[in-house]
Design a protein around this ligand. Structure first.
Ligand code: AMP
Length: 318
């Protein structure tokens, strides 16, 4: 694996490969890699001749009171993981390389950037779109892979690519979870054992929504109440938002006819976690029996089938 710290060298390596007819796939990350990141690497590998990963803890997307300084940095271990995935190019620039002294240009997707996480983290998505636009310009990949775990980020990036006529295809990859349902995140290392246990209420709440929706409950207010009730069972959980929105516009939806993004953000102690579920378009249900999926008829789904449900959560987020 070749490691580049300089923009010019990374750009040149990408151009040389592209001149030889190779397609390059890009996986932008902030490092502290886990299986979620590696699933994006594999998605890029499946589509491209060469995989480029970037590791850059982007100061522009952190607010002044956020965790930029203490964000986990595990560069050596990240390199070992990427080498074992056969990644060819790693771009790990310094902040000075990405933001030369005096740089004042930003990329902002107006409107979308103020929704969901953008509402609570002013300037966060402007930081994301600015750095991703720069990475796309440096690498010029055919494909860039992102996780559905950050669903609002994906919506903002899709709109940026469309609005700026960028020549890249964004690939949305399903959320990878621990066996017990917790979505993998570099920030999970901040959680104490007790906070980690309580954080399971996020996936539990989403699973409950999935079951309710499958059983015919299509009223977003009722589904959001179900999420709040599930999260309220954990004393340490502080809800930042619970929303059911259109996955592209991030505007609230009044029914689930065309599908919806169910998004939650919650703080456990000092750690803020997000999770979401993408519901497919819902057919109208005519009888209670038709409304129920076979597994739930006639009683409740036992907890033992979580794995089956977890796979479905994953499949629905593709
Ligand atoms: P980050 O390093 O947290 O900025 O994430 C880099 C990329 O990995 C983003 O596109 C994330 O959406 C994606 N990602 C993070 N966690 C997961 C996960 N559990 N499953 C799938 N993708 C993920």
């Amino acid at each position: 694996m070749q490691i580049f710290r300089q923009v010019a060298a990374m750009r040149q390596a990408c151009r040389e490969l592209q001149q030889k007819g190779k397609t390059v796939g890009l996986v932008p990350t902030m490092g502290a890699l886990h299986e979620g990141h590696l699933s994006l690497v594999r998605a890029a590998r499946a589509r491209c001749d060469v995989v480029a990963v970037s590791i850059f803890v982007n100061p522009l997307q952190f607010g002044p009171k956020e965790d930029f300084a203490r964000y986990p940095r595990t560069f050596e271990q990240d390199c070992r993981m990427l080498v074992s995935e056969g990644v060819e190019l790693l771009f790990a620039p310094t902040a000075e390389q990405m933001y030369p002294a005096g740089a004042t240009t930003v990329v902002e997707v107006e409107g979308l950037s103020e929704k969901l996480d953008g509402k609570l983290r002013p300037g966060h998505f402007r930081g994301v779109t600015t750095v991703v636009a720069k990475l796309l310009e440096i690498v010029r990949p055919a494909f860039a892979c992102f996780g559905q775990k950050d669903a609002a980020q994906l919506a903002v990036l899709r709109k940026m690519v469309r609005d700026l006529n960028m020549d890249v295809e964004l690939v949305a990859c399903p959320t990878i979870r621990e066996a017990d349902g917790l979505a993998l995140s570099s920030r999970n290392v901040y959680l104490s054992a007790e906070e980690r246990r309580q954080a399971l209420c996020l996936s539990r709440a989403l699973l409950r929504v999935q079951r309710l929706a499958e059983a015919g409950e299509h009223n977003p207010d009722h589904l959001m109440d179900a999420i709040r009730q599930t999260i309220a069972t954990e004393a340490a959980a502080r809800i930042d938002y619970v929303e059911i929105v259109d996955p592209d516009t991030l505007d609230a939806v009044s029914d689930l006819k065309s599908g919806a993004l169910v998004a939650v953000a919650c703080t456990f102690g000092k750690t803020r976690l997000i999770d979401n579920l993408l519901l497919p378009p819902m057919k109208a249900c005519f009888t209670p029996a038709e409304a129920q999926p076979p597994a739930t008829r006639p009683g409740r789904v036992p907890d033992a089938v979580w794995h089956q449900d977890a796979r479905r959560l994953t499949r629905w987020t593709q």
